[in-house]
Each structure stands twice: as C-alpha cells, then as structure tokens.
Design a protein around this ligand. Structure first.
Ligand SMILES: [Zn+2]
Length: 189
C-alpha cells in the first residue's frame, strides 16, 4: 500500500479537517485528524491494519493491546489478522489499566497499537501497563504518525503513514492572530 493510496483514503473519508483546533496537548493547529471518520470504513481499517500485522508477523506476537477508544478497533483487527488475543487498556485516574478480566501474563509477547501518534502519551501508557504486568513489549504499530519524529517510545515503532501537521503554542498561532474561532474537536477516553 503506497503513501498516496493512504492519502486518498484520508481524503475520501474526510478525516482531515481544516480550521483552528485546540489539541489535547494544549497546542493549536490549523489541521485536525478526525480518525473515526477513517475507522468507520471497515475496508480501509482492515487494509491499514494489515500493514501493521504484516510488519510484526514474524515477531511472535501473543497479545495485541491498544488504548481506548480507537485502539480498541485496531487491537481487535490486528489481533484477528495475527490470530492472537486483542485487548485494550482504559484510562482510570490518569493512567491506563486492563480491566474487565483482560490481562497480560508474565512473559507475554505484546504488540501495542494505536490510531494516531501525536505526543505518544496513550501508547506509552499502554506500554507501561503491559510492562507492569510482566509483558515483553515487542513494538508499537500506529496508523498515522503525526509526531515531530523525535519521540522515543523505548520500543520499535512502525507507522503506516507519516503526516506532517503544523502545531503552535497559542502565542505563536497564525490562526489566533487572524481571529479564527478556536474549536475543540474529538474528545478522548
Ligand atoms: Zn490558535
């Protein structure tokens, strides 16, 4: 699957929004990725997940784990393609935990997945939850890496697509200077 095919999918699903957005990091951006507009199309999601599954297919993955909310969908599909368990970690008191009888056993070989990588916070939280349970984290696979490229997750990272999206501190934001109303999209779980 080529980068321009992925670009076409993002465009067709109208996942890339233009305006003036407040990100969860506190930064402002003229572009926002409404990931669920992409994830609502099973055919697109399955194809992108196959890139992650293929990348880690020979790694001996035993469990795929993702953060709520988008990571639930990705963990399910990547796990399905690899023929292993897919679980998710929920946010409780500012951290991620496996609940609902989901668990990682000591020594389990874990692949962490997520939809969009920005600051890496959610992915790191799942990596920590897996390691605390005694799991061996083999790597992280994400659909879209929109980070600045300097993230160190302390595990190998694979992304299906890299998207450079400008972000600004509020006092340097061009949209603020133009007086464009700020919107707060999405909403994390
Ligand atoms: Zn702004």
């Amino acid at each position: 699957m080529l980068p321009d095919e992925i670009e076409k999918i993002l465009e067709e699903s109208k996942a890339v929004l233009h305006g003036h957005f407040l990100l969860t990091s506190g930064l402002h951006s003229p572009t926002y990725l409404e990931k669920f507009r992409l994830l609502q199309f099973p055919s697109h999601t399955v194809r992108l997940c196959s890139l992650i599954a293929d990348h880690f297919r020979e790694s001996g993955v035993q469990v795929v784990a993702g953060p709520t909310l988008g990571g639930v969908i990705l963990a399910f599909e990547v796990a399905r393609q690899l023929g292993v368990r897919g679980i998710y970690a929920e946010r409780v008191d500012g951290t991620r935990v496996f609940r609902r009888g989901l668990s990682i056993a000591s020594g389990d070989r874990v692949l962490v997945v997520d939809d969009i990588l920005t600051t890496g916070g959610s992915v790191r939280e799942v990596i920590n939850a897996a390691r605390q349970a005694g799991g061996h984290v083999l790597g992280a696979g994400v659909l879209i890496d929109r980070s600045d490229g300097d993230l160190d997750l302390r595990t190998p990272l694979f992304s299906c697509y890299r998207l450079a999206i400008p972000t600004y501190p509020p006092d340097q934001c061009p949209e603020c200077k133009k007086g464009v109303p700020l919107s707060r999209p999405g909403g994390g779980l």
